[in-house]
Design a binder for this molecule. Structure first.
Ligand code: ZN
Length: 326
């Protein structure tokens, strides 16, 4: 049984796009039993970590478990979509934590105290080891990734990584759709009202305040786009995803900039014109000079200029046009 494996080597290295599509179709449409939504959870966690990999294409179990815990916390605790999955190990662990700390239902994952987030991710990680990594590995016949429970490392097949970045927007929609379809079968009204919207937003943060504090600490309080001075008079400070969140599906400090409310609102879900790409690359070089920050932020320590440039190019390929300017 593949889900019992402790180590999974890559079984295929080279894959054509057609082969990757075939695996995705099988994984997304095959009906399996009760732990069924896990594969969608892992795919969402993988998507969230596409730009958090190191130069070998690896991410740690902690990174994936954090994403996975966030997705299920928001689904199970925040949106109360637990029926049918009540007995599942992930749901059980999260309910235990929410009861232990008496956390009200309306609290989203990113509003939990960091030690509670870490505790949740740690418990979820052990469930992932027994029920999740091996299962999707088996469904894709070991062609998507390698994993090692002892080292707690997960390594993407390079072709799959490129494929997922290239078709990211479509994959996000496909995974959300199939996940929602399954949740709908397992739960009842009113919980499933506006279900697709709930599933689309389970990975999203409700606040970027912690990032704002970090950026304010290291940079002049100016709008990245129009250079207006922030925090004075009526000029509110916002944190903007340089590449829209709807595409990148995660929050990296290197993709976040301070902006005024006018620019943030007018930019909305759009990509800025290319000249700002050079500016953000330069800004990130400055970020990397702050050693204390790089040590604290694992995501930043994996940053390379080409990640930003690729992300910009992939977002254009995925239908975002770089046409917004202040
Ligand atoms: Zn501005």
């Amino acid at each position: 049984m593949s889900h019992k494996l402790r180590v999974g080597e890559l079984q295929a290295f080279y894959l054509t796009e057609e082969e990757v599509w075939r695996f995705f179709t099988i994984v997304l449409t095959t009906k399996s039993k009760k732990s069924a939504t896990y594969k969608y959870g892992l795919l969402k966690a993988m998507i969230e970590n596409l730009y958090q990999v190191d130069s070998e294409g690896e991410v740690t179990y902690d990174q994936l478990a954090y994403s996975f815990a966030k997705i299920y916390w928001n689904l199970v605790i925040h949106h109360d979509l637990e029926q049918g999955t009540r007995g599942s190990a992930v749901v059980k662990r999260l309910l235990e934590i929410s009861e232990e700390h008496q956390i009200p239902k309306d609290i989203t994952f990113d509003r939990l105290d960091p030690p509670i987030q870490i505790k949740a991710a740690k418990r979820i990680k052990s469930v992932m080891k027994t029920n999740v990594f091996g299962a999707l590995y088996g469904d894709t016949r070991g062609s998507f990734y390698a994993f090692d429970h002892k080292k707690e490392r997960f390594r993407f097949n390079g072709y799959v990584l490129t494929f997922m970045r290239k078709y990211q927007r479509l994959l996000v929609d496909l995974v959300n759709y199939h996940m929602a379809k399954m949740i709908e079968q397992l739960n009842a009204v009113p919980h499933i009202n506006y279900l697709l919207g709930k599933v689309e937003s389970i990975a999203q943060r409700s606040t970027l305040k912690p990032f704002e504090r970090v950026l304010m600490q290291y940079f002049e309080e100016r709008c990245f786009y129009c250079k207006k001075s922030l925090g004075k008079g009526n000029v509110q400070t916002h944190v903007d995803h340089f590449i829209p969140w709807s595409f990148v599906q995660s929050d990296h400090l290197w993709n976040l900039v301070l902006s005024c409310s006018t620019c943030n609102t007018s930019k909305n879900d759009r990509l800025p014109v290319r000249e700002f790409l050079d500016d953000v690359v330069t800004r990130n070089e400055q970020l990397l000079n702050y050693e204390d920050l790089v040590i604290r932020d694992q995501d930043l320590s994996n940053y390379e200029e080409k990640k930003m440039v690729h992300l910009y190019e992939y977002s254009i390929q995925n239908g975002y046009e770089g046409t917004w300017f202040p």
